[in-house]
Design a protein around this ligand. Sequence first.
Ligand SMILES: Nc1ncnc2c1ncn2[C@@H]1O[C@H](COP(=O)(O)OP(=O)(O)OP(=O)(O)O)[C@@H](O)[C@H]1O
Ligand SMILES: [Mg+2]
Length: 252
Amino acid sequence: MTQPLLELVDLHAVADDASILRGVNLRVYEGEVHALMGPNGAGKSTLANVVMGHPGYRVTAGQILLRGQDVGSWSPDERARAGVFLAFQYPESISGVSVIQFLRQAIAARKNLSELSVLEVRLNLTEWMDRLGIDGAFAERYLNDGFSGGERKRNEVLQMALLEPVVALLDETDSGLDIDALRVVARGVTTVRERHPTMGVVVVTHYVKLLDEIQPNYVHVFVDGRIVHTGGSELAERIERDGYDAWRSVSA
Ligand SMILES: Nc1ncnc2c1ncn2[C@@H]1O[C@H](COP(=O)(O)OP(=O)(O)OP(=O)(O)O)[C@@H](O)[C@H]1O
Ligand SMILES: [Mg+2]
């Protein structure tokens, strides 16, 4: 059996002494897509942040393994360089930094290059923008400044495509997104996976529609800080129909 790209072992984490993650176990192997679904406040975004190494959370027990290596003590930067990618639920705007400047820095960091030729990045970027159907002028805009929901998503997918992560964590819980923006994510993930078939994906979503297109290998029900049930894509339809009541009692 090959090694998982990402393995979470009995992961517990707190923020401000409040216990949020209470024993998460998850294994993501090469090429797999895992969906996390669960009620508001269950801890899904926290899980993504903790895996990325967000300083606002403290791991109190358990392990985060990247290709078997314990990254628990690594900084977010080190994890990003090692290939963990997190697309935020609410990406912030960074004034004065254009999309292409940001991507160039991010790629240089990930690929451990102190300098990356502007031309090289631009060529790669142009190819991906073509593939993803993104307008050329987009690269010159300031990051997330006045971006529509769909444009934010395009930017996320573009980052994922160019950074070639080992594992991509996508937090797509945002209820403000319309169906077109979700489709950007779904198509983007599919396109990037065609090019990088080994990439592992963990997608957090409330939308079964997104999963129809992304086709996860596993759907996990996340309640009260842990995974309480795992199934295939049929599970997503059951959740959409019946909600999470059946599992709330399981975890109580
Ligand atoms: N930095 C923090 N400090 C204190 N409490 C926090 C912090 N981050 C998250 N929490 C709390 O942890 C719980 C889980 O939050 P989280 O955002 O992870 O939920 P979620 O499953 O992503 O919900 P949603 O589906 O609404 O996005 C919530 O009660 C939240 O208030
Ligand atoms: Mg969330």
